[in-house]
Design a protein around this ligand. Structure first.
Ligand SMILES: [Zn+2]
Length: 300
């Protein structure tokens, strides 16, 4: 079970706002440094998390986009007991997308000890530009452990859905879930077929709920947006939201049996601002494929 709460400041404190230039100490052994790549898709930017302490070195989760200054700041934030940077034991990527993994080899190259890059290799369905091959592929349930004055253990939970090679990590000692893009704060995860898959996404939500319950997870640290409290409630709400959207998509398909994505989009996403529709169209396609798959058609 997790250690008692060690948060430095309440999760709702303004000091928990993202910073592009200075790492934010969320817990005494977890720093967050946000990459300066804000956008519609990335919210305030990609959160890179540093797990560890000077005595243990650090595991860097999602080093982010290939931004040389962000990579340099990550390197400097991982200090050893003498205050020297680059004390990195492992670089872990939640998935292959361009805002998460490309900084990994850049950060590795700055470190003479060449910390291994771990994660899951991108699937053949990944879009061009999202090709990713880790130095070592993780196994489901694998534990990544470093130890200094105490141990820090990341438990890998495979979560395909947003990307076929998506993996989340539970920091066992502290009851924290690094959710990558599977669970976000302030935006909705896009499911972009064929690498994204709605059925897998829903199954992975169930897996995360089960893992969070079993491992006493108390907070979710997403790759975009701030810390999320009440993990179980959040995951249940996300699942309900997706099922509700799936029902709207099914209703739109029934109302217009000869329609296509463009005619179903305004019906199924009538509660979403039109400037979001080009992105929502990808998730709509994922819903349609999922519904057709559930109706007995084969999965592409
Ligand atoms: Zn992302």
């Amino acid at each position: 079970m997790p250690r008692p709460s060690q948060t430095l400041t309440p999760a709702s404190s303004p000091t928990h706002d993202w910073q592009y230039h200075t790492p934010v100490a969320l817990w005494r052994n977890v720093l967050r440094l946000t990459a300066p790549n804000p956008s519609l898709m990335t919210g305030p930017g990609t959160n890179s998390y540093l797990v560890g302490e000077p005595a243990s070195g650090f595991i860097v989760v999602d080093p982010g986009p290939p931004d040389a200054e962000h990579v340099q700041r990550l390197w400097e934030a991982c200090r050893d007991t003498q205050g020297r940077g680059g004390h990195i034991a492992l670089i872990a990527c939640t998935h292959s997308h361009a805002d998460h993994a490309p900084a990994a080899p850049l950060l590795q190259a700055l470190c003479p000890q060449r910390p291994p890059i771990v994660g899951l290799p991108s699937a053949p369905t990944a879009r061009s530009g999202c090709h990713f091959v880790p130095d070592r592929a993780l196994q489901p349930g694998e534990k990544l452990q470093i130890a200094g004055t105490e141990s820090h253990t990341l438990h890998a939970v495979f979560t395909p859905g947003h990307a076929a090679n998506h993996v989340c990590f539970v920091l066992e000692e502290d009851g924290l879930l690094f959710s990558g893009d599977h669970i976000l704060n302030g935006s909705t995860t896009v499911i972009d077929p064929p690498d994204g898959h709605m059925g897998d996404y829903l199954d992975s939500l169930d897996r995360l709920h089960q893992r969070c319950e079993a491992m006493g997870v108390q907070h979710i640290l997403p790759a975009h947006g701030g810390v999320i409290d009440a993990p179980l409630q959040t995951i249940a709400q996300l699942k309900a939201h997706r099922l509700k959207r799936g029902a709207k998509v099914a209703a739109a398909m029934q109302a217009q049996p000869d329609g296509d994505l463009d005619s179903w989009l305004p019906l199924a996403y009538d509660d979403v601002a039109p400037h979001i529709w080009p992105v929502a169209r990808r998730s709509l396609q994922a819903h349609v494929e999922h519904l057709r798959g559930a109706a007995g058609q084969t999965r592409p």
